[in-house]
Write a protein of this length. Structure first.
Length: 375
C-alpha cells in the first residue's frame, strides 16, 4: 500500500552544510545565522525589516503587542483559521471577533469585516488561507477609514503575491511561520516583517526578554524568550536559497496544475479558485467534497493522508464557545467539506495519479449519500 503524506519536509546536503557551520563556529543561540536569515527574508519579501522568532505564534503575539492591542479590545479574524490566530488575540486579554470568509478564496471577507466594527475594535488579522492572498486593497481601505491596525497572518502565504507585491508585506506588520509543514521550514520558527522602524526595534526587544539590544541586562519592555537559534536559522538559510525557492515553487505550481487538470469536471468536488490578482504558492491544495469525513477515511485506508484545514469554525472549538459570534454560513460550509490533497516539493505524478484515482473511487462510493450540495 502507498504511504502518501499531505506534507513532506525536504532537506539535502545544503541543510547539513549550514548546520555543520554552526557547530564549527560554536555559536548555537541567536547570532550571525539569524541575522543573515533576517536580512535575506526582508529582501525577498520587499520590506525594510525582519525579526526572526521561535514560532509563528510568537510572531503573532509580538505583532499584536506592538500595534497596541490590549485588554477588552476587539480583533477581527476569519472564522476559519488555525487556532493560533485566535490564541494570540487572547494572549492580549482581547476578544476575537469572527468574520465569515469569501466563498471563492476562503480568506476573510471585507464586507463581513465592515459589519463587525465597533468602538472597541482595534485590529484586523487577515489570513492568507492555503497561500491565497486576502483582498488587501479592500481590507486596508477599511482599516484606514476606521483607524484600525492590520496584522497580516502570512503563516501560509510566504512566497505568494497580491497585485505583484509579495505576501507578508501588507498592513502595519506581517508574520509568517517556518513550522516543519510549511513550504519553507526552520523546523520550528517564525518571523515578523515591517517597514516601521519603531515596530522593528520593539519586536527585537520583546523577543529577547525585553532587553535593550544595546545595553545588556537593561529591560525597557516586558518581554519573552522568543528567540530563534542559529541552528534553526541555518536550516532556514538552506531552505530559502534562490535556487531552492525557485525549484520548490515550480514543483508545487506544477503539482497544483496537474490536480486542476485531472480533476476538472469530476462530479462532487469543488477545486480551488485563484484570483487573477494573485500568485499562489500552493501551501495547501484545498478542495470541497460531499461526505468529507467518509472520503478522508477511505483515502487514509488506501494510504493517502489528505488533510483537513480546518474542520471547525474557531467559534465551535471548545475553548472559544464562550465568545459571541454571528452567522458565518460560508465558513460553516467550507469547514464541513474542505479536504486538502497531498502536495509537496518533488511529489511525483505517479503518486498524484494514485491520489486522484483513489479520490475518484471515494467520490463514486459515497455519491449516493444525502448531503448538502457543494456549489
Amino acid at each position: 500500500m502507498r504511504d502518501i503524506p499531505w506534507s513532506k519536509f525536504y532537506y539535502d546536503e545544503d541543510e547539513k552544510k549550514q548546520v555543520l557551520e554552526v557547530f564549527e563556529t560554536g555559536w548555537f543561540s541567536s547570532g550571525p545565522k539569524v541575522e543573515e536569515f533576517e536580512k535575506r527574508m526582508a529582501e525577498y519579501v520587499g520590506v525594510k525589516y525582519a525579526v526572526a522568532v521561535s514560532t509563528g505564534t510568537a510572531a503573532l503575539d509580538i505583532a499584536l503587542k506592538i500595534v497596541g492591542v490590549k485588554r477588552d479590545d476587539e480583533v477581527i479574524i476569519p472564522a476559519m483559521t488555525y487556532i493560533a490566530t485566535a490564541n494570540a488575540v487572547c494572549y492580549q486579554d482581547a476578544t476575537p471577533v469572527f468574520a465569515d470568509i469569501d466563498p471563492k478564496t476562503y480568506t476573510i471577507c471585507p464586507k463581513e469585516i465592515e459589519k463587525l466594527i465597533t468602538p472597541r475594535t482595534r485590529c484586523i488579522i487577515p489570513v492568507d488561507y492555503a497561500g491565497h492572498a486576502a483582498d488587501y486593497d479592500a481590507i486596508n481601505a477599511i482599516a484606514r477609514k476606521h483607524k484600525l491596525a492590520v496584522v497580516e497572518d502570512g503563516a501560509p502565504g510566504l512566497c505568494g503575491s497580491y497585485k505583484g507585491k509579495k505576501l507578508c508585506s501588507f498592513g502595519d506588520i506581517a508574520i509568517t511561520s517556518f513550522h516543519v509543514a510549511k513550504i519553507f521550514s526552520t523546523i520550528e520558527g517564525g518571523m515578523l516583517f515591517t517597514n516601521n522602524e519603531d515596530y522593528y526595534k520593539k519586536a527585537r526587544i520583546i523577543r529577547w526578554q525585553g532587553e535593550d539590544p544595546k545595553k545588556k541586562y537593561y529591560h525597557p519592555l516586558v518581554g519573552f524568550n522568543y528567540r530563534m537559534t542559529d541552528l534553526h536559522a541555518a536550516i532556514g538559510l538552506a531552505q530559502t536559497s534562490a535556487k531552492r525557492i525557485a525549484a520548490v515553487l515550480e514543483s508545487r505550481r506544477t503539482g497544483a496544475e496537474y490536480y486542476l487538470k485531472r480533476l476538472a469536471g469530476v462530479p462532487g468536488i469543488t477545486l480551488p479558485y485563484v484570483s487573477p490578482d494573485c500568485e499562489h504558492p500552493w501551501f495547501l491544495f484545498p478542495t470541497l467534497v460531499n461526505n468529507r469525513d467518509a472520503i478522508q477515511q477511505f483515502l487514509l485506508e488506501k494510504g493517502v493522508k489528505a488533510n483537513v484545514s480546518w474542520p471547525l469554525p474557531v467559534y465551535k472549538q471548545e475553548a472559544y464557545e464562550k465568545y459571541q459570534h454571528y452567522d458565518c454560513p460560508v465558513t460553516e460550509k467550507v469547514t464541513s467539506s474542505v479536504l486538502c490533497l497531498p502536495l509537496y516539493f518533488k511529489i511525483t505524478k505517479d503518486d498524484q495519479d494514485y491520489v486522484i484515482e483513489t479520490l475518484q473511487a471515494a467520490l463514486e462510493k459515497f455519491a449516493h449519500l444525502k448531503t448538502a450540495k457543494i456549489s
